[in-house]
Design a protein around this ligand. Sequence first.
Ligand code: AP5
Ligand code: ZN
Length: 216
Amino acid sequence: MRLILLGPPGAGKGTQATQIAQQYNIPHISTGDMFRQAVKQQTEMGVKAKGYMDLGKLVPDEIVIGIVAERLGKGDCDQGFLLDGFPRTKAQAEALDKILDELKSPLNRAINIEVCHEDLIDRLTGRRVCKECGSTYHVLFNNTAQAGKCDSCGGELFQRDDDKEHTAKERLAVYNEQTLPLINYYEEKGKLANIDGAGSIKSVFEQIKKALRSTG
Ligand code: AP5
Ligand code: ZN
């Protein structure tokens, strides 16, 4: 299964991606996670990416396309993959088409998770992430997050710098301007599956599985 996850910041892409990757036994490729890792390791790419991420802006296409092309060329993607947070611009979508054409591996589905603006702000500003294992929590929906410790590993929870309200709003504005047009792009190709992301994590996952049952 070759899938992409579309949807605004905070829609629940990362949350659902973990479960989808497990269910269909495909690698979860998150460009956001790849950049955060590079920032942590202070690689040359990480230093460049940090400047954009801290402002809530997109990292330039040529950097992102390069790392995704390299990642999709690895052997574990032969049987499929789940791209989370890529593509985010028309240039990235066209580059992905080209890469998949060359690999003779067409995309099966673009899953678009829809959530209203107010809920997105709440989800982003209330998100907490484990410093050790990267698990995601929410201050309103998980008691664990209020206690400040990770359920899985006991690690300390922190707030991502780009989840502060000002930057979260900027990320949503950037999404509306640069990423929203991709919904039409995939609809025209007959690949789009719209998912109502307002329900519980479980009910959103059920909808996704249902949408993928009809995928060839
Ligand atoms: P990235 O990490 O991709 O961030 P994003 O798209 O903004 O997505 P998020 O991780 O914020 O949200 P999510 O949809 O995964 O939500 P989550 O599941 O955590 O990108 C970060 C930055 O990297 C970008 O700003 C950019 O600078 C750069 N970048 C990355 N990719 C790029 C690209 N392709 N091109 C250029 N630049 C790129 O859920 C959010 C919260 O809600 C959590 O607390 C969760 O517990 C809670 N939650 C989830 N589902 C539910 C539910 N159903 N009900 C209640 N709460 C829920
Ligand atoms: Zn943890």
